[in-house]
Design a protein around this ligand. Structure first.
Ligand code: CTP
Ligand code: MG
Length: 395
């Protein structure tokens, strides 16, 4: 074993350079959102969560750089994506060549269009590789198979010993690189999986149990089905937040991301936007992920005077990193003045913009406390917020 192969045991290649022509979507299918998350991002997360994967190499179409950047924003860092090729097989070869400097021992090759791959399957496939031998998930055919000519059905095909193939397929890196190079040299360049390339030169591929859930998104109806699958694995969580800031001398207050001219300001380390602070805490609450003070300690001078949308955006990123999405949010401001009504819709739009959600999911309400207590005496403003989020149930 040389020094580099000792460093990287198992690499994964995620193929995302196709055009998805059968999917019926205007953008390539790996960038289509399922329940608010791009397919590719979901696939990457599944690999990043696996202890058997040391390195992930994504292959993309050169036209998709912007879509790719948006899809991976906020995820743990990945190596720069490799440009793909005209065919799936060509894209794999590009990625295998790009892995040469690290030269892993084993490589798993996976269609990015299969976002439901499980951690168990990754482990099974990786464990199935041996010297000179690959491994692939496969599922025994259970339906009756029959040939057809035009509209007419003809003879039955015995289904014993027939399997449908899935990815990821795993191989010793050096051997699959050689096989792909040789296949390209002899003009065998339209094979639809890597097991076929490997077997072309007499090398063996063993079968491990595939998973029905590990579907490849291919046709339009697959996307609605996939969203239903995700919905059954999501749970709804709620969070609440509360905050108070005292009035000080000034001529405007920040409330829910909107500056309102007023005879006073709100005192605080940041811009003292009590509404956004309560909302940010509500999101941290739904994630059971500390609070605004633990993420942005008031003792840290870097947050002095910070616009509070920075805090809210951070909470939204934490939500996205967990594969979650915001369902709705509701903020209540408690004060005698300033009047909130005239600014309500502006506040809703601003919050919707920061959180990247539809404004119909954002409520801002206001009430006085009937001149009672500190808000009634005009000493400050209080805010409460509630949110619901959808989060993968496994967490
Ligand atoms: N793929 C690739 N490079 C290609 C073709 C395909 O990286 N030149 C990837 C796809 O992005 C996909 C996987 O290989 O993740 C499986 O291919 P397929 O399901 O056929 O995807 P597309 O080729 O994108 O779809 P279509 O055939 O409908 O155009
Ligand atoms: Mg294709």
């Amino acid at each position: 074993m040389n020094e580099t192969s000792a460093q990287i045991g198992t690499a994964a290649i995620l193929l995302a350079a196709g055009r998805g022509e059968r999917s019926g979507h205007s953008r390539p299918k790996q960038y289509v959102e399922l329940c608010g998350e791009p397919v590719l991002r979901r696939t990457i997360r599944a690999f990043q969560a696996s202890p058997v994967i040391d390195l992930i190499q994504v292959v993309i179409h050169p036209d998709d750089a912007e879509l790719y950047d948006a899809a991976v924003a906020g995820l743990p860092a990945l190596p720069a994506p490799v440009p793909g090729s005209e065919t799936r097989q060509g894209s794999v070869l590009q990625a295998l060549e790009a892995l040469q400097p690290v030269s892993p021992q084993t490589v798993l090759i996976h269609d990015a269009a299969r976002p439901f791959v499980s951690g168990e399957l990754l482990e099974r496939v990786a464990a199935g590789v041996g010297p000179g031998q690959g491994a692939s998930p496969a599922i025994a055919v259970t339906d009756t198979l029959r040939r057809g000519v035009g509209e007419l059905l003809t003879d039955t095909v015995p289904r014993e010993q027939l399997f449908t193939m899935q990815t990821p397929q795993a191989f010793p890196y050096r051997d699959i690189l050689e096989a792909h190079r040789k296949a390209a040299q002899i003009g065998q360049d339209h094979l639809t999986d890597d097991a076929a390339v490997f077997q072309l030169f007499g090398q063996k591929v063993s079968r491990v149990a595939g998973e029905r859930g590990n579907m490849k998104l291919t046709r339009p109806e697959d996307f609605a089905y996939a969203e239903r699958m995700i919905a059954t694995t999501m749970e709804t969580r709620t969070g609440q937040g509360f905050d108070v800031h005292a009035f000080g001398s000034g001529d405007a207050v920040w409330l829910c991301g909107v500056q309102i001219p007023f005879e006073r300001n709100l005192k605080g380390h940041s811009d003292a936007d009590v509404g956004l602070h309560a909302l940010t805490d509500a999101i941290f609450g739904a994630l059971a992920d500390g609070d605004i003070g633990s993420h942005f300690p008031p003792s840290d001078p870097q947050w002095k005077g910070t616009a509070s949308d920075v805090f809210l955006r951070h909470a939204m990123e934490r939500l996205a990193q967990r594969g979650g999405r915001l369902i709705n949010l509701d903020v209540t401001l408690v004060c005698e003045a300033p009047k909130i009504g005239p600014y309500r819709d502006k506040m809703r739009s601003r919050i919707a913009e920061i959180c990247d959600v539809d404004v119909g999911r954002v409520a801002v309400k206001a009430t006085t406390s009937e001149r009672l207590g500190f808000t009634g005496r005009g000493e400050g403003i209080a805010a409460m917020a509630a949110v619901t989020v959808a989060l993968p149930a496994e967490q």
